[in-house]
Design a protein around this ligand. Structure first.
Ligand code: AMP
Length: 228
């Protein structure tokens, strides 16, 4: 059996445009989270993955949502929810790089704390992909400036942080406003009961992926016991 470190992206059923992007980015092999999650995600399965920043999770869900994207259909097809504007900007950049060889992909970043006017102007035509924070995305769906009826993939990135920041209600409301049948990909650094509850509420028969933290990423805490 080949170990994960030997697995190349071209073993996956990815569009040639995406394989080309992966090559341009210099990704020669998949990271563990990619090896374990991508086959299931590409089959359209729901996935819940315990993944930290640095694991390669963004490329995992980015490739998956771009694989299912149909550029000729001018509709919102993928929605990525992030806890902060900084993360939404990073995720948007990463997806744009992966989409570099697919012409005419329209991606919009919609975050709170930004003026609404320019967002409304750029929403005059539906984007294919939206990356944003829950409050602002919910507001656009409510106003009707964003239409969720064609969404095929919903990504909850850093779901534990979104719950900590009080976005639980906004996320539930968003899910109530988008297409009933969509794939849900949930990424979280930790698995508290609240995350399990969200997964049970919004996912169907998800594949669960846990990547063991390697010893190098554990904090170096030395314990000493002194008998006095
Ligand atoms: P993330 O965990 O999504 O924040 O990604 C962490 C970093 O890993 C990013 O800088 C990516 O560009 C990089 N990365 C993602 N997948 C791979 C891969 N298969 N090989 C090498 N680097 C990667």
């Amino acid at each position: 059996m080949r170990s994960w470190s030997m697995t190349a992206f071209d073993t996956l059923p990815l569009k040639p445009e995406l394989l080309a992007s992966v090559q341009t980015l210099g990704y020669s092999t998949m990271t563990p989270i990619q090896t374990q999650s991508l086959p299931a995600m590409l089959e359209g399965r729901d996935v819940i993955a315990q993944a930290q920043t640095g694991s390669g999770k963004t490329a995992a869900f980015g490739l998956s949502l771009l694989q299912s994207l149909n550029v000729e259909t001018i509709r919102l097809q993928a929605l990525v929810l992030c806890p902060t504007r900084e993360l939404a900007d990073q995720v948007s950049k990463a997806i744009r790089k992966l989409a570099a060889n697919i012409p005419n992909v329209k991606l919009l970043t919609l975050c709170g704390g930004m003026p609404l006017g320019p967002q409304l102007a750029s929403l005059s035509h539906d984007p294919h992909i939206v990356v944003g924070t829950p409050g602002r995305v919910q507001e656009h769906l409510k106003r009707g400036s964003l239409h969720g009826g064609g969404i095929k993939v919903l990504v909850l990135d850093e779901a534990d942080r979104m719950l900590d920041m009080g976005f639980s209600e906004a996320i539930d409301d968003i899910i109530g406003r988008i297409a009933k049948h969509h794939q849900t990909l949930l990424f979280s650094a930790t698995y508290p009961d609240e995350i399990r509850a969200v997964s049970a509420r919004v996912q169907r028969n998800p594949i669960e992926i846990t990547i063991e933290t390697s010893t190098e990423t554990k904090p170096a805490i030395e314990q000493q016991f002194i008998d006095v």
